[in-house]
Design a protein around this ligand. Structure first.
Ligand SMILES: C[S@@+](CC[C@H](N)C(=O)[O-])C[C@H]1O[C@@H](n2cnc3c(N)ncnc32)[C@H](O)[C@@H]1O
Length: 517
C-alpha cells in the first residue's frame, strides 16, 4: 500500500503513546443537570482523548469529527491554518526544530495523525468514524486513514452538497460540496438503513384499492433483446383485452415460472383502464425493506446546508457567534446509519456543539438514550459557544438530559514523578485497572480496595492517605479467599516475599510500578 510521508511524520506516529495522562476536573457551575453521562470537555483533544481512554477505550460507537479543513482562510473565528498558538506550541515541542520548516500541510498531518490514532482506540469494535473534510486535505486524509484504520476498513467517501447556490460574482470554479470519509474500526461495523423519506413513500399508491396496501409499478420488460435471453421470452395475454403480447424487441424480466406465480398472486397491473399493452409488476410497500440503503450522495434537501446550520445556531445563540457550524440534519443522518438508541457518540472538534444537539434531538424523536462526548480546545468557544448552545437547546426544546462540563486537570504524574495529590481513589483505580487490563473498570464491582478482576487475576489498590498506604499483614486478611493471583498496588509493603508468595500476591509500588501508557 502506498504511504504518505511528510516532515515531522516520524515524531508524531507514536506520539499518542507519549501524551501524558491528565485528570479531568468537573466544573459543576458550568454543567447542566446532575450526574449526566454526557460530557463537554474544554481542552486540546489530544490530551482529552488520552484522559478518556481508561473510561471509554473501546466503547464509542460513532466518532464524528469536523477538524479544521486547512484551507488557508485566515478570516475564520478560529484559525484554520493549524497556526493556533496552542497547536504551534505543541508542534514545536513534539516535532522539535524541524517544526520551523513545516508547511501548513505538514502541520495539519502532524496535528491529525496522533489524534486519529487515539480515536481509533476509543472506538468499539463495531464502531465507525465519520470525518468532514474538503478537497484541501481530502487526499492526504485518505492516505493516513488507510494507514491508521486499514484500507480494508474504508467504507465510503460521501459527497455532501453544503451549498445550493453560487454567487455570480465568484471567480473560478466554486466549491459547493464537502466530503465525509467513513472508516469502520473492523469488519464488524454494520450500517443501519435510513428511514424512508415522505417522497419515497409517495411513490407507492393504491389506485385499485388492493387490500395488500400501497404498491408501485415495476417495469416488466428487460433491456436485453429476445435473442440474447430466450428463457425470458414467452407469450403473455392481457386478461381484459385478450391481446397476446410477444417479445419482439425486448425480453421479459422474469422467467416463465416466476411470471405464472405473479398471475396466481394477482400482481400484474394493466393500467387504470386495464388495456395497457405491457404489464407492470406490483411491488408492495409492505414487502420492501423498511428503510433505505444509504448512498454516498447527500444532497442538501436530505442532509441540510450551511445556511441552514447558521440559522440554527443563530436562533439559539444570536447572530454571527460561530462561522462554520454543520446542520443538525447532516449529523442526524450520520447518527441514523451508525448508532442505536443506547450508543455513545464522540466529537473531538466540537465547535458550536451541533453533534451534541443532534444526539439530544434524535433521542427525543426516537426515545433513545444515546450519550455524547464533545471536546473543544478554544477558551473563547468551549464554555460560551459549545456548552451554551447545548444548555440553551436543552431549555428551548425541553430535552430530557444535561451534561457535565469538564476541564483538563493536572497530569497524573507530577514533575517529581509522584502521583498528583488531587487524584482521588476512583480516578486512580480507573487508571490502574486500565493500564493492567486494557479494559475499562466496572464501577459496580469495586469494593473498598478491590477494583476488579480479569483472567483469574484480582486487582487491589491501597490509596487513601499519602504515606499510610501500606500492604501489611492486616491487609492480607482482607483479600478475597480465592485461588486467583492478586496484584496489590500500595506505597509500601511490610511483608516478606515468601509470605506474599503463599498468598499468591504480587506487590506493585506506587508510583514506580504504575504503568505509563
Ligand atoms: C470546523 S469547527 C467544528 C464545527 C462543528 N462541527 C459545528 O457544527 O459547530 C472545528 C472546531 O475544532 C476546534 N479545534 C481545533 N483544534 C482542536 C484541538 N486540537 N482540540 C480540540 N478542539 C479543536 C476549533 O476550535 C473549532 O471550534
Amino acid at each position: 500500500m502506498p504511504t504518505l510521508n511528510w516532515i515531522g511524520k516520524e515524531a508524531v506516529m507514536n506520539h499518542d503513546k507519549e501524551v501524558p495522562f491528565r485528570l479531568l476536573k468537573k466544573v459543576k457551575s458550568a454543567s447542566v443537570g446532575k450526574d449526566s453521562q454526557n460530557l463537554i470537555i474544554h481542552g486540546d483533544n489530544l490530551e482529552a482523548l488520552k484522559a478518556l481512554m481508561p473510561y471509554y477505550g473501546g466503547k464509542v460507537k460513532c466518532v464524528y469529527i469536523d477538524p479544521p479543513y486547512n484551507t488557508g482562510n485566515e478570516s475564520w473565528v478560529y484559525n484554520d491554518k493549524v497556526n493556533s498558538p496552542k497547536i504551534k506550541k505543541w508542534l514545536g515541542k513534539v516535532v522539535g526544530r524541524e517544526s520551523e520548516d513545516l508547511c501548513r500541510h505538514d502541520k495539519w498531518l502532524c496535528m491529525m495523525y496522533p489524534r486519529l490514532s487515539l480515536l481509533k482506540q476509543l472506538l468499539r469494535d463495531d464502531g465507525a468514524i465519520f470525518i468532514s473534510i474538503d478537497d484541501a486535505e481530502l487526499f492526504s486524509l485518505k492516505h493516513i486513514m488507510d494507514e491508521i484504520f486499514g484500507i480494508q476498513n474504508f467504507r465510503a467517501c460521501i459527497t455532501w452538497q453544503r451549498k445550493y447556490s453560487v454567487s455570480n460574482n465568484f471567480k473560478g470554479i466554486a466549491t459547493i460540496i464537502d466530503y465525509i470519509l467513513v472508516y469502520s474500526k473492523s469488519e464488524n461495523f454494520q450500517n443501519s438503513l435510513l428511514p424512508r423519506t415522505a417522497e419515497s413513500i409517495e411513490r407507492y399508491s393504491n389506485p385499485d384499492n388492493d387490500p395488500r396496501g400501497p404498491w408501485k409499478a415495476v417495469d416488466y420488460l428487460n433491456q436485453v433483446s429476445p435473442d440474447k435471453r430466450p428463457n425470458l421470452c414467452y407469450e403473455i395475454v392481457n386478461p381484459n383485452t385478450k391481446q397476446v403480447i410477444r417479445n419482439t424487441k425486448k425480453a421479459w424480466k422474469y422467467e416463465l415460472d416466476a411470471h405464472k406465480k405473479h398471475i396466481q398472486e394477482n400482481r400484474l397491473w394493466w393500467g387504470v383502464k386495464g388495456n395497457n399493452t405491457v404489464p407492470a409488476l406490483k411491488l408492495f410497500l409492505s414487502e420492501v425493506r423498511q428503510g433505505m440503503t444509504p448512498h454516498n450522495w447527500w444532497p442538501h434537501e436530505d442532509a441540510g446546508h450551511t445556511d441552514e446550520a447558521k440559522k440554527e445556531i443563530d436562533s439559539i445563540l444570536g447572530a454571527n457567534l460561530f462561522d462554520t457550524p454543520k446542520p443538525i440534519r447532516l449529523i442526524n443522518r450520520i447518527l441514523q446509519i451508525s448508532t442505536g438508541p443506547d450508543d455513545l457518540i464522540l466529537d473531538s472538534f466540537a465547535g458550536s456543539g451541533t453533534t451534541g444537539h443532534a444526539v439530544l434531538q434524535l433521542n427525543k424523536e426516537d426515545g433513545g438514550k444515546r450519550k455524547f462526548i464533545l471536546i473543544e480546545m478554544e477558551d473563547a468557544i468551549a464554555k460560551d459557544i459549545t456548552a451554551k448552545r447545548i444548555k440553551t437547546a436543552i431549555d428551548k426544546f425541553n430535552f430530557k438530559d444535561g451534561f457535565e462540563y469538564c476541564e483538563l486537570d493536572k497530569p497524573l504524574f507530577n514533575e517529581n514523578g509522584q502521583i498528583e495529590e488531587s487524584c482521588d481513589f476512583n480516578q486512580f483505580a480507573t487508571y490502574i485497572y486500565f493500564t493492567e487490563t486494557q479494559t475499562n473498570i466496572d464501577r459496580t464491582k469495586v469494593d473498598t480496595n478491590f477494583i476488579g478482576e480479569l483472567n483469574e487475576t484480582e486487582y487491589y489498590l491501597i490509596y487513601k492517605e499519602k504515606g499510610k498506604n501500606i500492604l501489611d499483614k492486616g491487609f492480607l486478611k482482607k483479600l478475597r479467599k480465592t485461588e486467583a493471583k492478586k496484584i496489590v498496588y500500595a506505597d509500601n509493603c511490610t511483608i516478606d516475599e515468601k509470605i506474599l508468595d503463599e498468598y499468591n500476591v504480587l506487590f506493585k509500588q506506587i508510583p514506580y510500578e504504575v504503568k505509563v501508557y
